[in-house]
Ligand binder design. Structure first.
Ligand code: FES
Length: 135
């Protein structure tokens, strides 16, 4: 609340766009939303929020809506690849390449995501240096 009794206007960092309210995503849940035209999966892990591309790196299956496992992973409904919701890394195939993650900012009860500069998808362990990740 500000001095006038109204909500505090949140100033998200430049490049971040609002994607959901904190209350929209209970702990252990993955919400499908969008940011600047991109389909995004936002996960709630122990009070922290993480954003991934909502497209499985195997064949494009939707990763949200979904629920998280106790190990903070989510499973693609198409062929059961498993990804770490926090890092986008592959935990179990058939996907071999991780999914892109995006920076998240939370303020004023709102979740913001920056899709301007996606982090590179993680490469599976054991890939030779410089090898192009296979999907
Ligand atoms: S599309 Fe996700 S495992 Fe195949």
């Amino acid at each position: 609340m500000n001095n006038n009794g109204g909500p505090v206007a949140n100033q998200a960092p430049a490049g971040y766009v609002p994607v959901a309210s904190v209350g929209d995503i209970p702990p252990g849940w993955v919400l499908r939303t969008s940011a600047s035209g991109r389909d995004i999966a936002v996960s709630h892990v122990d009070g922290e929020f993480y954003a991934l591309d909502n497209s499985c790196s195997h064949a494009g299956g939707p990763l949200a809506p979904n629920h998280l496992s106790p190990a903070c992973t989510l499973e693609c409904p198409w062929h059961n690849a498993v990804f770490d919701a926090r890092t986008g890394e592959v935990v179990a195939g058939p996907a071999r390449k991780g999914v892109k993650t995006y920076p998240v900012h939370v303020g004023g009860g709102t979740i913001y995501v920056s899709v301007g500069i996606p982090k590179p998808a993680p490469v599976a362990a054991g890939s030779p240096p410089g090898a192009a990740p296979a999907g």
